[in-house]
Design a protein around this ligand. Structure first.
Ligand code: UT7
Length: 328
């Protein structure tokens, strides 16, 4: 068996910024309310001519540079997203073409905000068994196009962006590797967070459009409770699987949904907030992109260093959840 080594990391945030003050002019909300309840101050928004695949390409190119690799070395492109360019084909196929990759496997994975951890878990299987040597795992979202800017419950929370890891095959003696990954889903709670119109069950009709059924809808309080419960359970699972104590971790990089969720999860392990990577104030919730974006920002500003022990955890629509521990 081989080990999965994170060879390179990259991310991309679109230039345009939407602040809480901008949102005050669009819905009945305030900067202070948003900061107090979520920690979010601003979020990035795609340009009119930008699609999810464009975000992926920029993040992937940066991850390849970091890995000192070229696209022709990649064997598989995996894109975790709930906001693809099209219903079909997969955004990963568009990314393959835009990056100029050879005739390799490319597919999308929909696990909402847990998508990046699902993606790492899947990539790990291909690498451990020797099927592939180098995989691009990308988390990318163009979520602002799925938001109803008349619904203050959701439109204040989400933003756009992408993050990518190049993960590579390493010998089973490699010290810096993905030590464990876990993923779950509780489909019975799917209706707590969904975009129910525009699929095959409720195809696009004038009524779906008029009622805004194609936009994201969320029962915030229930999601909040489930998020804290589930992310803490996933952290515990990863720590137990590796026999690592919380105090041995250098960083936790959680899904960036809400500062209060992060604080509640950290509190369950008495984990100091200084060792939690938080970018939610700057990015809002970027769903599948949030973990690799946060990871990359902390890596590039020197907080995260090679050789450190890092726990990732996520929760999202589905209800999906997951965790991973890696020595970077
Ligand atoms: O990635 C996973 C997906 N999402 C999440 O993890 C999000 C999880 N949920 C949350 O983060 C929180 O539930 C929210 C931030 C969405 C809401 O915070 P909350 O503390 O649960 O607020 P609430 O829904 O209990 O609302 C409190 C009050 C209500 O007014 P009343 O009934 O007390 O008069 C709301 O109508 O705040 C009101 N409210 C707002 N006020 C200003 C709700 N949204 C807003 C808003 N601005 N945007």
């Amino acid at each position: 068996m081989f080990r999965t080594h994170v060879a390179g990391v990259g991310s991309y945030l679109p230039e345009k910024i939407l602040t809480n003050y901008d949102l005050e002019k669009m819905v009945d909300t305030s900067h202070d309310w948003i900061v107090q309840r979520t920690g979010i101050e601003k979020r990035h928004v795609v340009a009119d001519d930008e699609g999810c695949s464009d975000l992926c390409v920029k993040a992937a190119q940066r991850a390849l540079v970091d890995a000192k690799m070229t696209i022709d070395q990649i064997d598989l492109i995996l894109v975790a997203t709930v906001s693809p360019d099209y219903k079909m084909p997969a955004t990963a196929c568009l990314v393959q073409a835009k990056l100029g990759a050879k005739n390799i496997m490319a597919f999308d994975l929909n696990a909402a905000c847990s998508g990046f951890i699902y993606g790492l878990f899947v990539a790990d299987q291909f690498i451990k068994t020797g099927a592939y040597k180098h995989i691009l795992v990308i988390g990318a979202e163009n979520l602002t196009r799925l938001l109803n800017y008349k619904d203050r419950d959701t439109c204040i929370l989400f933003g756009d962006g992408a993050g990518a890891f190049v993960v590579s095959q390493a010998p089973d003696t490699e010290k810096n590797y993905l030590m464990t990954a876990h993923a779950h889903a509780e489909g019975a709670y799917a209706e707590l967070l969904w975009a129910k119109g525009g699929g095959t069950r409720h195809p696009f009709t004038q009524q779906v459009l008029d009622e805004g059924g194609h936009f994201m809808q969320m029962r915030g309080k229930e999601i909040f409770k489930n998020a804290t419960r589930t992310m803490a359970a996933c952290c515990r699972e990863a720590l137990e699987a590796t026999h690592i104590a919380p105090e041995q971790l250098d960083w936790i990089v959680p899904h960036q949904a809400n500062m209060r969720i992060t604080e509640a999860v950290a509190g369950q392990f008495n984990f100091p907030m200084e060792k939690i990577v938080s970018t939610v104030h700057e990015t809002g919730n970027t769903s599948a992109a949030s973990i690799p974006i946060a990871f990359d920002m902390a890596y590039k500003d020197g907080r995260i260093k090679r050789g450190q022990l890092i726990l990732l955890t996520a929760f999202g629509a589905g209800l999906t959840s997951g965790s991973a521990i890696l020595r970077f």
